[in-house]
Design a protein around this ligand. Structure first.
Ligand code: IPM
Ligand code: MG
Length: 373
């Protein structure tokens, strides 16, 4: 059996963190017969430099044919002056849209070892395990009309459109309800229904799906401003949250900091199963971090945890997923840290050293004959 993984390292630290994830994939092939076949393609600024477009046709073709995609990050100051259509971010948005990856899962889990690395008090974040489900192919990101025009009097007018249709809301709601069913049975839908009609419709559709199909799930609704506040006030009140593309973008960065660092948060972007195209892309929530790119100091854990999500969601390799996750926890338990999660008295590792440390844990678990299910 072969399992085709496409690597899209992208820009900045994306290439560094993907290199570490690749080591883990090789380890699994060598030690667990996982049969992964790796291919690589360009996306974002790197693709623009090589081909004049952030999303080359060759990348799309490879993406469609793969079983799962692992992406690093895109963007950087080098490409900031370009027209919107050529910016690295368009590559990322393009691949999400082309593959119809409408459901973005962003779990924020606080590892016990890192409860003190958060800027929030330990008791607020210790044991935190929440899941943000972000709609990923609609909203202001894709709505039309869009653009900036200059009016006859010289005034500039910028427009973006917040648009959702009821089927778009229903399909993301079902994904979130299904996940809530497998977890704590609670779902909070986040909107701005007091001001924005499109999100009032969102609220009504989510409620309807809840009433008709998931009466056992405890459904609540919250305005996005309140949700941002509640996330830092008392994040443990949440189990699963479901929200729009823009609100999800913002709230997930906020949730990431609860876990100590943006460098710890993985994500999965999933589409429908029967499209005939690859329906799963995994990426860290963090960006390309141009300020630290090329210095080998980035935290590869968010990317390796994204790989863990891939093992679970795309390949049902539950034992292997548990092994890699346990190896990460063991490294943290040994007080090894990258700069972003560094604490007094601990040992600071670079990006590749962190990848190696995780590999070493995998090796010793294997040598110790640790039983996996
Ligand atoms: C994210 C990122 C992207 C987004 C950018 C890079 C286009 O911030 O995945 O959260 O806004 O979706
Ligand atoms: Mg973001």
């Amino acid at each position: 059996m072969t399992r085709k993984i496409l690597l899209l390292p992208g820009d900045g630290i994306g290439t560094e963190v993907c290199r570490e994830a690749r080591k883990i994939i090789d380890w699994l092939n060598n030690n667990r017969n996982t049969g992964f076949v790796l291919d690589e393609a360009l996306l974002g600024g790197a693709a623009y430099d090589a081909h004049g477009t952030p999303f080359p046709k060759e990348t799309l073709e490879k993406a469609i044919k793969s079983d799962a995609i692992l992406l690093g990050a895109v963007g950087g100051p080098k490409w900031e002056g370009l027209d919107y259509s050529a910016r690295p971010e368009r590559g990322l948005l393009g691949i999400r849209k082309e593959l119809e990856l409408f459901a973005n899962l962003r779990p924020a889990i606080v590892f016990d070892e890192l409860a003190d690395a958060s800027t929030l008090k330990r008791e607020i974040v210790a044991g935190l395990d929440i899941l943000i489900v972000r709609e990923l192919t609609g909203d202001l990101y894709f709505g039309t009309p869009r653009g900036v025009e200059t009016l006859p009097d010289g005034t500039r007018r910028g427009v973006n459109t917040l648009v959702y249709t009821s089927p778009e809301v229903q399909r993301i709601a079902r994904v979130a309800f299904d996940l809530a069913k497998k977890r704590g049975g609670k779902l909070c839908s986040v909107d701005k229904a007091n001001v924005l009609e499109a999100t009032e419709m969102w609220r009504q559709e989510v409620q309807k799906i809840g009433d008709e199909e998931y009466p056992e799930i405890e459904l609540s609704h919250m305005y996005v401003d309140n949700a941002a506040m509640q996330l830092v006030r008392n994040p443990k009140q949440f189990d699963v949250m479901v929200t729009t593309n823009v609100f999800g973008d913002i709230l997930s960065d906020c949730a990431a900091m609860l876990t100590g660092s943006l460098g710890m948060l993985p994500s999965a972007s999933l589409g429908a199963k029967d499209t005939g195209k690859c329906n799963a892309l995994y990426e860290p929530v963090h960006g390309s971090a141009p300020d630290i790119a090329g210095k080998d100091i980035a935290n590869p854990i968010a990317t390796i945890l994204s790989l863990v999500m891939m093992l679970r969601y795309s390949f049902s390799l539950m034992a292997e997923a548990d092994m890699v996750e346990t190896a990460i926890k063991s490294v943290l338990a040994k007080d090894l840290r990258t700069a972003d999660i560094m604490q007094p008295g601990m040992k600071k590792l670079g990006c590749s050293e962190m990848g190696d440390a995780i590999m070493k844990e995998l090796d010793s678990a294997k040598a110790a004959g640790v039983k996996v299910a």
